[in-house]
Design a binder for this molecule. Structure first.
Ligand code: PTJ
Length: 254
């Protein structure tokens, strides 16, 4: 039972923390995943802990890009499996994307825990677990280089939520389009992805699912225009300005 009263002013944020801790206790989340959450929380605080217009624009572009994809793949790590497994599976079904488990702190037991969580939440097939299908992505030294040849390796669009930073560039060099969720607009992943959703994945994932539903009857020309009209650098810059404005406002009242 949760020790957090619903009336606590920071209850939402504390409940998300609890999910991560629970995921850690279940063997899903790496120790470092708890620290990653802390870094995310700090940026979320500075962004105002809500999904602003800037994030909504990125979500719309991401939805359009996913609907245009020939072979979209969603990469799942420990944090994502702990925070929003049901929604990740729902998104994969909605856009007909493959799911692939890919861990930075690679560990077979944790991989199995991620797979079992996704299956419990309705996933049928999860790639990244059969060594016969594994291959290496060049330009990357971490365990993340081991990918499934029918999944990330073959994908045209890859979703890499809560990424550690060394893979996005390698994926881009391999000619792939990369969509990420990252609360830190300054991170290397944010800066090198094709579309960066600067928002808490626990809020943005539902909005992305809704947006893919909304856009699902649009033709490719309309979808391509949404993608072409989106400028990731500009969007990141607007997120940084949003942080600056929030700080300026807070400095005035303090
Ligand atoms: O499960 P593994 O082994 O694959 O490891 C996963 C982690 C997340 C530990 C690994 O990828 C890592 O170390 O990531 P970093 O370098 O800490 O980067 C994670 C990024 O995600 C940071 O920029 C955080 O600000 C951001 N982040 C953390 N929590 C959230 C988030 N972004 C969106 N929503 C969150 N809830």
């Amino acid at each position: 039972m949760s020790l957090i009263p619903k009336s606590h002013p920071r209850a939402k944020s504390l409940f998300i923390r609890e999910k991560l801790i629970h995921g850690f206790d279940q063997g899903l989340v790496a120790k470092e995943g708890l620290l990653a959450q802390g870094r995310g929380e700090a940026f979320d605080y500075l962004l105002g802990e809500k999904t602003g217009k800037t994030a909504k624009n990125a979500i719309r572009a991401a939805a359009a890009q996913l609907l245009l994809a020939e072979l979209p793949v969603i990469s799942v790590n420990g944090n994502v499996a702990a925070l929003c497994p049901k929604q990740i599976v729902r998104l994969s079904k909605q856009i007909k994307a493959k799911l692939e488990v890919n861990l930075f702190y690679a560990n077979e037991t944790r991989k199995k825990a991620v797979v079992s969580t996704l299956k419990k939440n309705g996933a049928k097939e999860i790639l990244g677990v059969n060594p016969k299908n594994s291959t290496k992505l060049s330009g990357i030294d971490s365990s993340r280089r081991i990918v499934d040849k029918n999944g990330i390796f073959a994908a045209d669009v890859v979703v890499v939520p809560l990424e550690d930073g060394d893979r996005t560039m390698a994926l881009r060099k391999a000619g792939k389009l990369v969509i990420t969720f990252d609360l830190n607009p300054l991170s290397r992943t944010s800066q090198t992805a094709t579309i960066t959703i600067v928002d808490n994945i626990t809020r943005a994932i539902d909005l992305l699912i809704t947006e893919t539903k909304k856009l699902s009857d649009k033709n490719r020309k309309v979808l391509q225009k949404i993608v072409d009209d989106f400028d990731n650098k500009q969007n990141l810059s607007e997120n940084i300005i949003q942080i600056k404005n929030n700080l300026t406002r807070r400095a005035k009242i303090a």
